[in-house]
Design a protein around this ligand. Structure first.
Ligand code: COA
Length: 384
């Protein structure tokens, strides 16, 4: 039985900052941010947004009444509660059926991949059911930190089913876990702690080790792939891993892989880091901006600091162009409004506190955090 991704939805907040303006405000050469790091814009979530509201926005785009959903998994590293899962908040916001398993997975930026792999197993055992897997995150390092330029926010929702119409999982996968201190966020902190350069090094080491194992286990070489997609917390990062393959192939093949990589980073350049959704935003970007062909095999590199890495392959399905709503996805990116660096700093400093509430009239999204009452987060859907 073929199992894979049948539908994909994407959401990012409607405000963004310009990376050149950020560089100027931080007294940094703009080329460092636009060329050295590879970003152009960064999405800025509003006070009423978090991993719950963004997950709802992305999932709302792909859920239909006849989906027989039995499992909902949210991969996130910016959860809102130490106990209750983001997926549980979604049940009434999205009007999900009662007889589902709903929970959250955390392992840095690997969470959504872990969710997809669990979903694959679930559908294999329950072929008539579907599994909704959502990656939803706000990436926050803090004002004037080295990681600030690699912030971002957004979510990707994926419906996993049998006979998928976008991508099929090939069941060729290798994975590894090591206890590494490259990035962490203690429960007391809203911002992440990162050993940025060490993190880059571990990421590339994981890719190289997994790639060796993948080749041995599945008898493959670089020449078997036209496209490799990477976890992209900032758009230069995947290139560091891709470059390690330069000596394993000829110039034409490497040029093709690089060209496809460029198509995969277009959207991340405009949004920033989605943490666990980053690899999947790269996938959407490649499917929309690249030269994808039905039957094409894609190698996916998922990495979550701490650290878990997985390399696996998928195959593009014949109907993908009809099913992927590229116009809607482009609209999400294009219907945004630029804000100034000082407006972003104000938004960043103001979190909704216990006792605070938000007026409907201040909201320009469908789902929002309405109130925090007795330390409980209460959400609302606006009927647009
Ligand atoms: N013009 C063009 N490029 C420039 C430049 C300029 N004026 N100035 C610097 N650069 C390049 C550097 O050569 C470097 O390129 P390289 O990575 O190919 O070597 C790049 O810009 C970044 O410069 P660097 O001095 O390393 O930046 P930094 O000390 O500010 O750190 C990060 C960059 C990415 C490490 C930092 O932003 C960070 O910690 N981010 C969060 C960590 C993260 O995302 N981890 C991933 C988790 S999976």
């Amino acid at each position: 039985m073929d199992i894979g991704i049948d539908k994909i939805g994407f959401y990012t907040p409607k405000k963004y900052i310009d990376i050149v303006e950020l560089a100027k405000a931080r007294n940094v050469d703009p080329d460092k941010f636009t060329i050295g790091i590879g970003q152009s814009k960064q999405s800025v979530p509003m006070q009423y947004q978090d991993s719950v509201t963004m997950a709802a926005e992305a999932a709302d785009q792909i859920i239909s009444d006849d989906d027989n959903i039995g499992l909902v998994i949210v991969g996130t590293e910016s959860s809102v509660d130490e106990s209750k899962a983001v997926a549980a908040f979604l049940t009434d916001l999205l009007n999900l059926p009662k007889n589902i398993r709903a929970f959250e997975i955390k392992e840095a930026c690997y969470g959504a991949t872990a969710g997809l792999k669990m979903a694959e197993g679930y559908v294999a055992l329950n072929p008539d059911k579907k599994a909704l897997v959502i990656a939803s995150d706000i990436a926050r390092y803090g004002i004037n930190t080295p990681g600030e330029v690699t912030q971002g926010a957004g979510s990707v929702a994926m419906m996993v089913s049998q006979n998928p119409r976008i991508l099929k999982f090939d069941h060729e996968e290798v994975y590894m876990t090591k206890n590494v201190g490259d990035f962490w966020r203690p429960t007391f902190s809203k911002t992440a702690f990162a050993r940025g350069k060490f993190s880059n090094q571990v990421y590339v080491e994981f890719f190289s080790e997994l790639w060796k194992k993948y080749q041995t286990d599945f008898n493959q070489t670089v020449n078997n792939f036209d496209t490799m997609l990477f976890h992209i917390p900032y758009t230069k990062m995947g290139m560091k891993a891709l470059k390690t393959l330069k000596d394993e192939t000829d110039l034409d093949k490497f040029a093709e892989l690089s060209e496809h990589y460029q198509a995969s980073i277009k959207m991340s350049r405009e949004v920033g880091n989605l943490y666990t959704g980053s690899l999947y935003l790269g996938l959407i970007s490649y499917l929309i901006n690249g030269d994808p062909k039905p039957g094409e095999k894609i190698l996916m590199f998922s990495y979550g600091s701490g650290a878990v890495g997985e390399l696996y392959s998928v195959t593009i399905q014949p109907e993908f162009r009809r099913i992927l709503d590229s116009e809607k996805i482009k609209k999400v990116l294009n219907n945004r409004e630029k804000i100034s660096i000082s407006e972003y700093e104000n938004i960043f400093a103001k979190d909704l506190q216990n006792g605070d509430s938000i007026n409907d009239s201040d909201v320009f999204d469908k789902f929002y955090l309405r109130e925090i009452k007795e330390s409980e987060r209460l959400y609302k859907k606006i009927k647009l």
